[in-house]
Design a protein around this ligand. Structure first.
Ligand code: NAD
Ligand code: UDP
Length: 339
């Protein structure tokens, strides 16, 4: 792996006619899987990441690949590069715990980061994809959520830095498309899980697995009856790649998620079964965070019809792989603190 503060020079023609692709946020949970996938397809990948929530461990397996370069860089600062064919913008903390630590920087990452990368796309002629979120629907009154629902977002609450930042980024993407003729794509990603989630990430799947492996009480916020629908990371990456390479008129926003909706109580039961503890750790109920959505589930009809995409990996299989990942980190030996 090259680690450079400057833009690397382009390789001489990627294998298999590969493209030169910039992945902002490529050292994060989803980004690291996306980088691996793009390298496997013969593309050259520039991973632009501040390492704020991502980690070198996530991209360690890519480090010797000649087509992979890590550039440590914050997307709120302009970045110069040549000959970029595609840009995926995933650079933003995604866990509520993390994006609320420095809400101003979260908002700046969403808004200024989008502007910097859109400007880069304009200078290079690259196509650009935004990793948006189901959080743009807020605490939804329409269920399941379709792309034409405008959402129910609190603009002044503790989640607003993320929700409104992502909403503004969507507007910027569409306006750069309409006004400046950029080729843009917007994916609205619903809850995604899998290997490379950080141990201290704070999101529910990693929290419950880490707690169950460590024999700690499982933390459920509120009464645990709120719902989410969890998509395994490989399915999500497949959706992102399909959207990026879809015909130009398909801009999105397009929902990408798994429509299998479950309560957090049911998720806890699934996790305990996959971890296979003889004696189930107790459940510790905690206060529900402010503005925590009560229900969430994607309508993926648009992704099915325009991208021919739907998730393939069921929750049981995905959780088994995710538990195996956390197990090999040796969590049963360390008393990992999880909030
Ligand atoms: P993550 O926190 O693991 O990854 C985000 C990556 O972006 C990290 O590597 C981090 O260091 C980097 N980053 C953050 N701010 C940056 C900045 N200002 N400049 C450069 N790099 C920066 O999160 P993730 O789960 O992999 O999410 C990736 C993207 O997908 C995010 O944009 C997130 O909003 C979106 N998303 C994720 C989910 C999910 O369930 N995982 C759901 C909806 C949307
Ligand atoms: N949650 C929980 N226990 C945890 C972490 C989260 O019950 O240890 C809940 C959280 O309140 C929310 C749901 O699980 O209702 C999903 O939370 P997560 O942070 O994973 O994603 P969100 O959908 O809120 O962005």
């Amino acid at each position: 792996m090259m680690m450079d503060m400057r833009a690397p020079a382009p390789m001489q023609g990627g294998k298999h006619g590969g493209k030169r692709i910039l992945v902002a946020g490529g050292a994060g949970f989803i980004g690291s899987h996306l980088c691996a996938r793009l390298l496997r397809e013969g593309h050259e990948v520039i991973c632009l990441d501040s390492l704020r929530t991502g980690s070198l461990r996530n991209i360690a397996a890519l480090s010797n690949h000649p087509g992979f370069t890590l550039v440590r860089h914050d997307v709120i600062v302009p970045y110069e590069a040549r000959d970029i064919d595609q840009i995926y913008n995933l650079a933003c903390p995604a866990s509520p715990v993390h994006y609320q630590i420095d809400p101003v920087h979260t908002l700046r990452s969403c808004v200024e980061g989008a502007i910097r990368l859109l400007d880069l796309a304009q200078r290079t002629g690259a196509r650009i994809l935004q990793a948006s979120t189901s959080e743009v629907y807020g605490d939804p009154h329409v269920h399941p959520q379709r792309e034409d629902y405008w959402g129910n977002v609190n603009p002044v609450g503790p989640r607003s830095c993320y929700d409104e930042g992502k909403r503004c980024a969507e507007t910027l993407f569409l306006d750069y498309g309409r006004q400046n003729g950029l080729s843009i794509k917007i994916a609205r990603i619903f809850n995604t899980y899998g290997p490379h989630m950080a141990v201290g990430d704070g999101r529910v799947v990693s929290n419950l697995i880490v707690q169950a492996l460590g024999g700690q009480p499982l933390t459920l916020y509120g009464d645990g009856r709120q719902t989410r629908a969890f998509c395994y990371v490989d399915d999500l990456v497949e959706g992102l790649v399909r959207l990026m390479n879809s015909p130009a008129p398909v801009t999105g926003p397009v929902n990408l998620g798994n429509p299998q909706e479950i309560s957090m109580l049911t998720l806890a039961r699934h996790v305990l079964r996959e971890v296979g503890k003889d004696e189930a750790p107790p459940i510790q109920f905690r206060e529900l965070p402010v503005d925590d959505p009560t229900q969430r589930c994607p309508d993926i009809a648009l992704a099915r019809s325009t991208l021919g995409w739907q998730p393939r990996i069921d929750l049981e299989t995905g959780l088994r792989r995710t538990v195996a990942y956390f197990r090999q980190l040796g969590l049963e030996r360390i008393d990992a603190p999880v909030q």
